[in-house]
Design a protein around this ligand. Structure first.
Ligand SMILES: Nc1ncnc2c1ncn2[C@@H]1O[C@H](COP(=O)(O)OP(=O)(O)O)[C@@H](O)[C@H]1O
Ligand SMILES: [Mg+2]
Length: 268
């Protein structure tokens, strides 16, 4: 069953189309990675899933519910079932790692005793291998450790869905691959449905059950990592190779892997 369904989602900002008919389903328990260049609307897509942005046209269904039909209260309740790892980690600098991870519990789980909160925080820090940094401040730990701490906070409410915005950005290759492993492991430990957005191809291939490519406001290819590797679409092939020459530089280009061809996604 699909946990997240985007149906023909359109979104423009000041008349400029960013999403021009995104259609995509993320199945229960899978890790799907959306790849695409910077500025293509990956973060905008994630924001639609937690209802921070509403589509101009089309529908977003999460847990089977159309987000546009939810009351404010229902939307807030739904967000509690979604963990969101923000691009920068978004830790509060004046709180320790443990205090950062405890924040959602302090805000939403008033029935818990301090000792219970401390125990849950330790469990989550153990999952991301950050127990030793329990009492450190964000400025005292590396970028990779900040991502780990951010992930511990994202999973502290036991979300059924985890969204990751560029989990490896700003990390060196060694740290990036340990974060990739952690994303895989988090799925095994939590059983959550995971949606990752990234422009890091190496990361996408090591994390994904399926990869979807966002280009000019639409999903132009979806498949397993092997299928995407063999995709003949020149846009997809160029992006995977990281080749400076190809259709992407020119903006527009022919497409072969899309289910629909001859579209006018680029029309204003
Ligand atoms: N709230 C907003 N208001 C106006 N423009 C926005 C807003 N959010 C995103 N955009 C624009 O939408 C485009 C896609 O942004 P984004 O989703 O952040 O790209 P990325 O794929 O790098 O995550 C960018 O051109 C960005 O400037
Ligand atoms: Mg982004």
């Amino acid at each position: 069953m699909a946990r997240i369904v985007l149906e023909d989602v359109h979104k423009s900002f000041n008349g400029a189309p960013v999403l021009a008919g995104v259609t995509l389903s993320i199945e229960d328990g899978e890790t799907l990675v959306i790849i695409g260049r910077s500025g293509t609307g990956k973060s905008v897509t994630l924001k639609h899933i937690i209802g921070l942005l509403a589509p101009d046209r089309g529908r977003v269904r999460v847990f089977g519910r159309d987000i546009a039909t939810l009351s404010r209260r229902e939307l807030l309740a739904m967000r509690l079932k979604i963990g969101y790892l923000f691009q920068g980690g978004a830790l509060l600098n004046w709180l320790t790692v443990a205090e950062n991870v405890a924040l959602p519990l302090r805000e939403h789980r008033h029935e818990l005793q301090d000792s219970e909160i401390a125990e849950i925080v330790r469990q989550k820090l153990a999952i991301v291998e950050m127990l030793p940094a329990h009492d450190k401040y964000p400025s005292e730990i590396s970028g990779g450790m900040q991502k780990r701490a951010g992930l511990a906070r994202a999973i502290v409410m036991d979300p059924a869905i985890i969204l990751y915005d560029e989990p490896t950005s700003g990390l060196d290759p060694v740290m990036a691959s340990s974060i990739n492993q952690l994303v895989r492991r988090t799925q095994q430990v939590t059983g959550a449905t995971q949606l990752v957005v990234t422009h890091d191809m190496a990361s996408a291939f090591s994390i994904a059950d399926r990869i979807a490519m966002l280009y000019q406001g639409r999903i132009i290819a979806v498949g397993t990592p092997d299928e995407i590797k063999e995709c003949a679409d020149p846009v997809v092939a160029q992006f995977i190779r990281g080749d400076p020459a190809g259709p992407i530089t020119n903006g527009d280009g022919p497409r072969g892997c899309s289910s629909e061809e001859d579209d006018n996604a680029h029309a204003a």
